[in-house]
Design a protein around this ligand. Structure first.
Ligand SMILES: [Zn+2]
Length: 336
């Protein structure tokens, strides 16, 4: 459930001219401030999501974990609060806690003080971005990536609690097993080419400003996708729909979250999606990735996020309710 980390890019550099050591110390505080600034806009992004505000644990390599939380949230008394260490900007909304134990990996869930929360590793080696307003790599140790990760994973927690299972799948998340048996299909050149054409169609749809043009492009996209799925083993359709709904949607929420929190880091989620649709399926040699995991990670995350963006702009008014109730993004995109 990791958001794309290695191959994402963002626009404006952070910490221009600031001292690296100082920036490193400030990272958890900056991430916390960003999440708190996002409060009201994240609540508007998806009904019911983020209503209590963030519940995120930022684990540094050394030192105390910073738990970012809503004003009403009280963590159980096992937690040692270090009130003096909290900067004024985080007063009442964040707590340093004594070592609650490390998260199992980079971005998993934790239970601290009786609350389920997202845990984000704050890297010890903080690298400031290059000082140009060019597209620069968005890496795991950037404030932007940590904000996206926290929002993305928080949305997964919301999906677990509130989303109905996907059709033909027992959970809101995609069951990979039926498709893994057929993964060699993903290496065939016609499938690779078909997936590339589908991403190009979605990229064109994102560029249209008028919804009737978006819909025409989506009809074209849907025909391409249907033709491909018709020739592929049947488990692919349910798998793709479920994975787009789980990960594509969380991917979009993470990008939009960042664009609302810090427009200086990402001006518009669609900028990132356009970049991903064009580039993120390519390996370092410029040749397409093949195989199972790249299809799941580099195609479906991005395609699902693009569909969510188009739905937010041109979809039916109740698209979020329908997706939450079990319909796929693809289904809701189609005119009734
Ligand atoms: Zn995820």
């Amino acid at each position: 459930m990791r958001p794309l980390l290695k191959y994402l890019f963002l626009i404006v550099p952070l910490f221009l001219g600031s001292n690296v050591a100082e920036a490193q110390r400030e990272v958890p505080v900056r991430v916390a401030e960003g999440l708190l600034r996002a409060d009201s806009s994240l609540r508007r992004l998806w009904p019911g999501f983020w209503t209590e505000g963030p519940l995120v644990a930022l684990y540094p390599a050394k030192g105390k974990t910073l738990v970012v939380h809503g004003p009403e949230v009280r963590l159980a008394s096992v937690i040692e609060e270090l009130r003096d260490a909290i900067p004024e900007s985080l007063e009442g909304r964040a707590t340093f806690v004594s070592d609650p134990g490390p998260p199992a990996s980079y971005d998993l869930f934790a239970e601290i003080g009786g609350k389920a929360m997202v845990s984000v590793r704050v890297f010890g080696t903080f690298a400031p971005f290059r000082q140009h307003s060019e597209v620069v790599p968005w890496t795991g140790d950037s404030v932007a990536t940590m904000i996206v990760t926290a929002v993305h994973e928080s949305f997964h927690l919301y999906q677990w609690r509130e989303f109905s299972p996907s059709p033909g799948q027992p959970m809101p998340f995609a069951n990979t097993m039926p498709v893994k048996r057929h993964q060699s299909w993903l290496d065939s050149s016609w499938v690779q080419e078909a997936l590339r054409r589908e991403r190009t169609s979605l990229s064109r749809a994102l560029r249209h400003t008028r919804c009737n043009h978006v819909q025409e492009e989506l009809n074209h996209y849907t025909k391409q996708r249907d033709d491909r799925l018709f020739k592929m083993p049947s488990p692919f359709a349910a798998y793709e729909n479920a994975h787009e709904r789980a990960e594509g949607l969380a991917n979009w929420i993470g990008y939009v979250g960042l664009s609302r929190v810090a427009p200086d880091m990402l001006s518009d989620a669609d900028v990132m999606l356009q970049h991903d649709l064009a580039n993120s399926y390519l390996g370092e040699s410029g040749r397409p990735y093949t195989g199972w995991s790249s299809f799941a990670t580099y195609h479906l995350y991005v395609v699902g996020a693009a569909k969510a963006s188009l739905l937010s702009r041109c979809g039916p008014a109740d698209w979020q309710r329908r997706v939450q109730a079990g319909e796929s993004l693809q289904q809701v995109l189609l005119p009734r």
